[in-house]
Design a binder for this molecule. Structure first.
Ligand code: 0RA
Length: 661
């Protein structure tokens, strides 16, 4: 570019580039790995727009050995002819002029989608080099840029028989904290785009140094239905995948859904291939159709009685996986993060399209319709029962006037600061604890573990459980609106369960209960987990407790310390040496090893001296993090899916004595 033809437009371009380089975060969110990936999404999105417009069905992304990232499509090719007024080609305009407001207008969030060329100039400004290669009119056109400025005019460099666009960019290492693209991140995003744009083939080739060469191709004939299948792979479905496609007033709608036997739902909504995390009118239209159609069918077929209320939107979405994808010519994005679709016309369009398809499906598949609606009815009943249960527990004064539960062996001290309550699993361990305790400061509340355990209850149900209600009354703090931490009757609440699967299960449940309903108890540092021993070792009259496998081994070795071992053949094989030596010691010194399978196997004195004596015991203090983790695994443990629960427990049971849950 020479000084003579330096126009007002050029100045604007330079100012634009400078603004992008000065504040990259405003345009791509950040300059870390996320921002780096954003460059790629900007470029790929443009090719996908060309595909959505129906002109392109192949996109190839190459991570080159020289650090460049090339995105090639077989669309029409970005126009290269010169614009009369500006003297610039469409290509150069797209690559140098910031779109009004940028994609990240205002609040710094992506508000566009479906606009050709938006964002390419940002990528150009943040790249040391960018090369454009256009295949158009049987010619190959090329132009390159350095930090957003053209190195020269666009040139014809050859002939060809195809059309398309290839953009190759080299991210600027003075801007980005890292230049390493993460293939998993790329795959996830590209796979999603492949689901959302039917018939498009997206390939990713990795030619980078220090990377294993790879090529991956994403193509899903089934579109959003394939997406639902992918999400539901690990789940068990109770319906087929129901899908709809419709176009009305230039708005295209694609919906796919499938019911599973799970309790949670996965509903993803997209507008112009952009994930709308806050939902919007497309989601509203879908939910309206879903609720209306299911209620109509259930009434017509006598599954909902006349006097019964309609199923709610929450009832009908339990266990559902759904993808709702709309293409809207002029999308309006609203909400906190500008990820909520606002176009009101979309509501009716989705509603009409989906209602029609869904009611036809139910009519044509009565067996599955029954399964699906049966599940919704169950969800509804669970919801009503849960509310009733919660109401009885939370209702003003419901706990007031209730006397302390009969099973509670209270302490004589009325000073919370020195009072402790042991929540003990099972009546037999409860009996030992009652006899072994310090009556002045230690209260014992036995809970029937089995009841809690087998019920697989939702937490709402658990609140209505008699055992749990005794606990709440014993604590004295009330629940819900009445909750008052200053009324806490014990400043140490100790959960004492067996070191086995059921014990871990119950402990998780109790921690979750506290996390969800009595958080200040945890925040105040009042919740503890008891640490009973796993072994008792005896040698003659001598005995010692071990709280872990390692401790057991140490004790054994220390008791046989004077023994010479001749099994130490290979000094590197420490574990073999240890195991052999351990066995040898146990035999020669005649050590008795008792493994405690439950608290009930200890007599009152033993329980006191190992687990309850404030002078000797070692308890775990529960932190909010521990409780949060417990809450997270609660659903795994309590959910109906037996397999993950069993896997979880098996994976954790051996650590049950010390696990941080
Ligand atoms: C505007 C007009 C035309 C094509 C494109 C933009 C276009 C942009 C990109 C960005 C990446 N790949 C692309 N492919 C095409 C075509 C105008 C015409 O030929 O009539």
């Amino acid at each position: 570019m020479t000084d003579q033809n330096y126009s007002a437009d050029d100045i604007q371009v330079l100012e634009g580039l400078e603004a992008v380089r000065k504040r990259p975060g405003m345009y791509i969110g950040s300059t870390d790995e996320r921002g780096l990936h954003h460059l790629l999404w900007e470029i790929v999105d443009n090719s996908i727009d060309e595909a959505m417009a129906g002109y392109c069905d192949k996109i190839l992304i190459t991570f080159q050995a020289d650090g460049g990232i090339a995105v090639l499509d077989n669309g029409r090719g970005i126009p290269v002819d010169r614009h009369e007024k500006t003297g610039k080609s469409a290509l150069e305009t797209v690559l140098t002029v910031l779109h009004a407001g940028g994609k990240f207008g205002g609040g710094g969030y992506k508000v566009s989608g479906g606009l050709h060329g938006v964002g390419s100039s940002v990528v150009n400004a943040l790249s040391t080099t960018l090369k454009a290669k256009i295949f158009r009119d049987k010619k190959v056109w090329e132009q390159s840029y350095t930090i957003g400025k053209p190195n020269g005019e666009i040139e014809v460099t050859g002939t060809c028989n195809k059309t398309g666009t290839e953009i190759t960019y080299y991210p600027d290492d003075t801007i980005f904290e890292t230049l390493e693209y993460n293939l998993d991140t790329v795959y996830t995003r590209i796979r999603q785009q492949a689901y959302l744009t039917k018939g498009i083939e997206l390939s990713i080739v990795d030619e980078r140094k220090n990377h294993e060469k790879s090529k991956y191709r994403f193509y899903f004939e089934g579109g959003v239905a394939a997406y639902v299948r992918h999400i539901n792979e690990p789940k068990s479905a109770i319906s087929e995948i129901i899908s709809t496609e419709a176009v009305e007033d230039d708005v295209s709608v694609e919906v796919a859904l499938q019911y599973t036997d799970a309790y949670t739902d996965t509903i993803l909504t997209f507008t112009n291939n952009i994930y709308t995390s806050e939902g919007g009118t497309h989601l509203a239209g879908f939910r309206m159709a879903l609720t209306k159609t299911i209620n109509a069918y259930a009434r017509e077929h006598g599954m909902l009685k006349e006097k019964e209320d309609n199923l709610t939107a929450d009832d009908v979405k339990e266990g559902m996986t759904a993808i709702i994808s709309v293409k809207v010519p002029e999308p309006q994005f609203e909400g906190q993060t500008k990820s909520k679709l606002g176009n009101s016309e979309v509501r009716g369009i989705v509603n009409r399209a989906f209602s029609k398809e869904f009611s036809a499906y139910l009519e044509e598949n009565p067996k599955e319709a029954r399964l699906v609606i049966g599940k919704c009815l169950l969800a509804s009943r669970a919801r009503l029962a849960a509310r009733a249960a919660r109401d009885t527990v939370i209702r003003k004064g419901a706990l007031e006037g209730l006397t302390l539960p009969g099973k509670l062996a209270d302490c004589s001290s009325k000073n919370p600061a020195e009072s402790e309550i042991y929540i003990v699993e099972g009546d037999s361990a409860g009996g030992s604890a009652k006899q072994g305790r310090d009556r002045r400061t230690q209260a014992i509340l036995p809970l029937k573990g089995k009841i809690l355990n087998t019920e697989q209850a939702r937490l709402d149900k658990i609140l209505a459980n008699k055992e749990v209600r005794s606990l709440i009354v014993a604590l004295g703090v009330g629940i819900g609106e009445q909750f008052d931490i200053s009324k806490l009757r014990y400043h140490k609440i100790v959960v004492m369960t067996d070191a086995d699967v059921d014990g871990l299960h119950i402990r998780t449940l109790i921690m979750t209960l506290f996390y969800r309903y009595f958080k200040p108890v945890i925040e105040g540092g009042f919740l503890y987990i008891a640490n009973p021993p796993l072994f008792k070792l005896t040698k003659g009259k001598q005995s010692q407790y071990a709280y872990s496998d390692e401790e057991k081994d140490e004790i054994i070795l220390s008791w046989g310390g004077s023994l010479e071992s001749n099994s130490a053949k290979n000094p590197d094989d420490v574990s073999a040496l240890d195991n052999e030596k351990l066995e040898e010691v146990v035999k020669k010194v005649n050590i008795g090893i008792q493994r405690y399978k439950g608290l009930g196997e200890m007599n009152p004195e033993q329980l006191w001296e190992t687990t309850m004596d404030p002078e000797k015991r070692k308890m775990f203090h529960v932190t909010i993090n521990d409780a949060e983790a417990a809450d997270a695994i609660f659903d795994t443990l309590m959910g109906a899916e037996v397999l993950p629960r069993r896997k979880f427990i098996q994976a954790n049971a051996k650590d049950a004595g010390t696990i941080d849950v």
